[in-house]
Design a binder for this molecule. Sequence first.
Ligand code: NAP
Length: 487
Amino acid sequence: MATALSTAQNLVGGRWIAPAATLPVCDPQDGSVISRVPDGTDEMMAAAIEGAVAGAAVAEKLSVHQRLTMLRRAAELVEARSETFAYTLACESSKTIREARAEVRRAVDTLRLSSEESARITGETIAFDRRPGAEQRSGFYERVPVGVVAAITPFNDPLNLVAHKLGPALAAGNAVVLKPASLAPLSALRLVETLLEAGVPPEVLAVVTGSGSRLGGQLVSHPGVGLVSFTGGLETGRRIARQAGLKKLSMELGANSPVLVLDDADLDLAADAAVSGAFSNAGQNCLGVQRVFVHRRVLDRFVARMVERTRALRVGSKLAEDTDMGPLIAEREAVRVEQWVREAVAEGAEVLAGGARRGAYYDPTVLIGAPAASRVCRDEVYGPVVGVYSVQDVDEAIARANEVDYGLQAGVFTRDLGRAFRCIRGLRVGGVMINDSSDFRVDQMPFGGFKGSGLGREGVHFAAQSMTETKVVCFNLTESAPPGEMA
Ligand code: NAP
């Protein structure tokens, strides 16, 4: 299956260019250099933005059937090359080959949904005659592209999260400048290449790799950019919001998602979901389960199930078919997670499973009794660590789930409809999954958070809508006879 991972060019102003300076891309498993990508310069970014501003005029003239066809073709090409995409993704990121294949399937779906969405960028007629005196007005609103979308993406889902920006942006008739994560830029470059092959005009799309903190300011503050679509950490999101100024922003940020296990829950179902939600992609998942609030009556039985399942996970080589969990994205991240767990233990938490590090690998870890103020509870761990907390009743579970600065999604396990609705109404999050983990997601649902988890919603339809401006058109139908003629 081995394939060359060379992706040494950036697409700028409609042309692939290869600057002299490059950055290494490493496999986090062993630190080996697997490829090199351009170390984008300020000049390259300036040319990419100027090119996209010109490309926006090309993008908005693409007919719906052209957009629909090119995005459908891109989905077909990614699907036909699934194994190559999965291999690239597994090498550059933390994902096991099975997780990588699942992400490729989702990216195909995201592109298909985007293709379908091209035909839904519509408006509706307006009842102007709602106001007395406006009976002779008729009209509608329509949606027009924002022009240039700046797309900035994180390392954790390096293909599908890029598809979630490029697909809707192109569906809505925009040009895009993409700045992918430096730790995992290869799948993004391959996707851009595939989109061109599928018929996307090269001047409509640009990709520049290199340091976000160096290149990002220029991109997000440029007056030619109509919308900044960012997925990444809270602190980076805050910086971007300050730099972007008065501009449309879409922010998909972090979380420390809760799962509530009530005393009537199916404990096997809850334990399966909590373990899978906590440890998939080595816990580097914005929706990952980080805090599990369990009714005290079922605490012991639930914890036994969770610990047993956690200990059964196979940690190892990402390309081995039977591996359940790979390394973190970099050794320094595993060291940080180790430090946070040590702190929690010093503050009173107990390690029930895991708790050991080898290089970039950190064992799937279950803690119990961490104080609410500890970092593993309050902040985003972004690693394979989950905390279990005992609660007296549903109201305490809801209050504890809400006591953080994030609010992306939550899971609730109960068989009682009334209590499920109490949780749905009480939880300050963008999505509540009943009898599923907080990390359940399909790519068409509205997706985004409350509080520090973000601004706006992704999910193909919602992202595409946000990448448009609304324009109202009104006709005054009062007839006036031309001079010299009778009506
Ligand atoms: P990050 O450090 O915030 O980086 C995300 C992207 O922003 C990267 O491309 C990065 O470039 C770029 N960047 C960094 N500084 C910038 C600046 N000043 N201006 C513009 N761009 C800048 O996040 P990450 O570590 O890659 O990803 C993990 C975070 O993403 C977690 O917090 C996770 O929860 C969040 N996330 C959220 C969602 C969601 O949908 N809500 C989904 C996935 C991940 P470099 O790589 O070159 O630094």
